[in-house]
Write a protein of this length. Structure first.
Length: 186
């Protein structure tokens, strides 16, 4: 009978200790799918969608606006590939957004995004995200489009799709050593 109070006290202590960490958010820097919010520095990032683009389709043609003439031509085995990203700054301070991106395939090949001018209202542009705000900003073309994100545009060799899963890796030059990744749903 003396053991019952001791066991009861230990059980209460275990529940109390477990509850202490229950409200502590876990920092996730590697997303297993596009639905996962990942952290880079003080901000949350989410890939809204990723997909191949067709330069001959009217809807996709607008997404390719602002690509330099030298970059517009695809090789016979190249494809356009878009990744739409949202950023959430839930802090009380302004923070710079990620400024370095690449797609990595399972063979280790890396692909950097094509530069798109600011004339493209959907294109991701390195920026500072204001305190308690989102990027793209509510009401902007990127935020109001069906993808609700800012477009990162890549020119990939078609064979890169054979070496899946592809991962989007991103970092911020102002946060040395910090990198986050999201597995793309291709």
């Amino acid at each position: 009978m003396k053991r019952l109070p001791l066991l009861l006290a230990l059980a209460v202590a275990a529940v109390t200790l477990a509850a202490c960490g229950a409200n502590t958010p876990k920092t996730v820097t590697q997303g297993e799918s596009e639905a996962i919010y990942v952290t880079l520095g003080p901000m949350q990032y989410q890939v809204q969608v990723s997909r191949q683009l067709n330069q001959y389709e009217v809807g996709d043609r607008a997404l390719l606006a602002g690509v330099a003439e030298a970059e517009k031509t695809l090789g016979t085995d190249d494809i356009w590939f878009g990744v739409w990203v949202r950023i959430f700054n839930g802090t009380d301070a302004d923070h710079p957004a990620a400024d370095q991106f690449k797609i990595v395939d399972t063979k280790g090949a890396e692909y950097e995004p094509v530069t798109v001018s600011e004339d493209n209202a959907f294109a991701y542009q390195p920026t500072t995200v204001r305190a308690n705000d989102d990027y793209p900003q509510p009401g902007s073309a990127g935020a109001e489009s069906p993808t609700t994100g800012a477009l990162l545009l890549f020119k990939l060799p078609r064979q890169a799709l054979d070496f899946r899963p592809l991962e989007l890796e991103f970092s911020n030059s102002q946060i040395p050593g910090a990198t986050s990744t999201v597995r793309l749903d291709v």
